[in-house]
Design a protein around this ligand. Structure first.
Ligand code: AMP
Ligand code: GLY
Length: 436
């Protein structure tokens, strides 16, 4: 057998870092590849045990523990699911160590991860590279007066963003000018901890949002299916923000004309900018976009996949994910062609009663075995002392279904949600409601 053929069919042990619905969907997709040796997930959740060996004691931000696990299990590739280890520099940690350098890493370097780790950095990067985004000013406690003056040039509502990572809670949208000034002061006074030492004040953009995902090897890029997530707890997009109550893919308004603009005005200059500014990046880029009068603007970058978008994106990706990720990590993405399932996928999130505010955990989940015709991705689940699957977080389960249209997919997901029981479960019934 030629070396090349051997390379093509060589199996890989993979370590996936994370414990949410996103990582469950990635684990599911990886598990379908004939290239998979053993999949390890750290720390993982109860549902991922179906696809992977769990390493519940390994914390993704404890690089030494991750390295030990990777070496002990002869791991050839690490896929980083969430942003924290990336922003903290896990990719650099592996690449700067002789004993670890051989392990392929899917995720940006610490420098590249600033696209998510610092909103000020991301805004300046977009300015330097001519990427359309809302007008902004970054301020600190020392320059708060300039911030007030900038706010006076904006129309309400006012958008205030903590510069650093704030677990998705660092963005405030404030309708009233006096209240916005108060909030700006509170943020700079430490309301979000060090993440708010700098605050980005932004022009509010009115439009409809979608999530565009790209894999890049630092030189080339490939676009994954587009999705839209539903962040508010209540139907009709009302109530508090959550980690995401559901998602749909594809997105009707992200048509060819719009996506052409996205590619030319946003994706290409982003990938070229990363290269030009020497920000090593081999991984996912998540473009949080808003469509304003037909044109795309970047609301935010994330350096990972979205959750719950991944739960509707992965099912539509026909490619072997290992081949794609290996090509990403080795700079060979130009040899890959993305194939997308033309069906719709709709994800409905089942959450704990009371989420996103106070909620209880530990309720037994029943009916999981009755799910048919849908994919079930665990998010906040665990196993109790008697081995039963129990709730272990705000967002508990993602139920994804295919359909010839989004209504059919939604109905399928809802039919399966109805079979799953745990105390005080809640879900939205209107995922996709605002799309044609
Ligand atoms: P988060 O997911 O907590 O980071 O919240 C970000 C959300 O705030 C986005 O998904 C938008 O809905 C909203 N947002 C952020 N920046 C802007 C902006 N400049 N104009 C309008 N909405 C924004
Ligand atoms: N669904 C939005 C995010 O993952 O940040």
């Amino acid at each position: 057998m030629s070396k090349f053929v051997k390379f093509l069919i060589m199996k890989m042990n993979i370590l996936l870092l994370g414990s949410g619905g996103r990582e469950c969907a990635i684990a599911w997709k990886l598990s379908q590849s004939p290239r998979l040796g053993t999949l390890y997930v750290a720390p993982g959740n109860a549902g991922m045990a179906a696809y992977a060996t769990l390493l519940p004691q390994v914390k993704p931000t404890d690089f030494e523990a991750v390295a030990q696990a990777a070496l002990a299990h002869d791991v050839q590739m690490i896929v980083v699911g969430n942003e924290d280890p990336l922003v903290a520099g896990i990719v650099d940690y592996f690449q700067n160590d002789d004993a670890l350098r051989h392990i392929l890493m899917v995720g940006p370097s610490k420098a590249g991860a600033q696209l998510e780790g610092s909103k000020d950095f991301a805004k300046e990067f977009m300015l330097r590279n001519g990427i359309p985004t809302a007008r902004h000013l970054s301020v600190t406690a020392a320059t708060i007066e300039e911030g007030f003056a900038f706010m006076d040039t904006l129309q309400p509502p006012y958008v205030l963003k903590a510069d650093g990572l704030a677990a998705g809670k660092g963005v405030l949208i404030v309708p009233d000018a006096a209240e916005a000034r108060r909030q700006l002061r509170d943020m700079l006074d430490g309301k979000f901890g060090a993440a708010g030492n700098m605050v980005v004040i932004e022009q509010f953009l009115q439009g409809i949002e979608c999530s565009v995902f790209v894999l890049t090897d630092g030189e080339h890029y490939r676009m994954l299916p587009v999705a839209k997530d539903y962040k508010r707890i209540g139907e009709g997009d009302t109530g508090l923000n959550t980690g995401g109550m559901g998602s749909v893919s594809p997105v009707s308004f992200a048509d060819n004309e719009f996506m052409q603009k996205v590619e030319n005005r946003i994706i290409k200059p982003t990938v070229a900018g990363l290269k030009k500014e020497q920000l090593p990046y081999k991984g996912f880029i998540f473009f949080g976009l808003i469509k304003v009068e037909g044109d795309p603007y970047v609301i935010e970058y994330n350096v990972r996949m979205g959750d719950p978008e991944t739960e509707s994106v992965m099912p539509r990706l026909k490619n072997d994910l290992i081949a794609l990720l290996e090509a990403t990590a080795t700079g060979m993405l130009d040899g890959q062609e993305i194939e997308i399932d033309s069906r719709y996928a709709v994800t409905v999130m089942m959450v704990s009663g009371g989420y996103p505010e106070h909620y209880e955990k530990g309720f037994v989940i029943e009916g999981l075995d009755e799910v048919a015709d849908s994919l079930l991705f665990h998010a906040g689940t665990g196993t109790d002392a008697e081995g039963r699957i129990v709730t272990n977080g705000g967002r508990v389960l993602a139920v994804t279904s295919y359909g010839n249209d989004k209504e059919e997919a939604l109905q399928r997901s809802m039919a399966n949600v109805a079979k799953i029981k745990f105390a005080h479960a809640y879900h939205r019934r209107d995922i996709g409601f605002d799309l044609n």
